[in-house]
Write a protein of this length. Structure first.
Length: 142
């Protein structure tokens, strides 16, 4: 399966990315309706992975005071475990490094901690509750 990684360039790609986030966060994980999309989308750069001619994974990045934050990583259920998400993170990290940020970090769901460790992130705080889901802050260390 060929996978293309890219920055969102059209309204259709953005809507497809938001649909994945709604499916994963609102429907699957039962976060509050109205949580997706949010006001930070306007100040963010959005990235997607395309496989089988459709958007299957997404994340956004946002400049914050202390660096670049990766947010809202979500992958369609049927495309998980195929290294597509890892490829998207790898692609986005290359893009972020061009900006020479002070640090690159993420608020990861605890259940995804091992995935992010494989991508070069290290937990820097103990887990805490965010939107009813256990999260921890992780920083890119490579």
């Amino acid at each position: 399966m060929e996978v293309v990684y890219k920055e969102v360039e059209s309204i259709k790609e953005f809507i497809d990315a938001i649909r994945i986030r709604v499916d994963v966060f609102i429907i699957e994980q039962k976060c509050q309706p109205g949580w997706e999309p949010d006001k930070e989308d306007k100040a963010s750069r959005h990235f997607i992975a395309i496989a089988d001619d459709k958007v299957v994974s997404t994340l956004r990045i946002r400049e914050v005071d202390d660096g670049i934050k990766i947010e809202r990583m979500a992958t369609k259920k049927e495309y998980r475990g195929l290294n597509i998400s890892q490829g998207l993170i790898k692609y986005v990290l290359k893009e972020i490094k061009k900006l020479n940020p002070k640090k690159i970090w993420i608020e990861a769901q605890v259940q995804a901690q091992e995935f992010y460790k494989k991508c070069g992130f290290k937990a820097i705080f103990k887990p805490y509750d965010l939107y009813g889901i256990s999260h921890l802050q992780m920083e890119y260390t490579e």
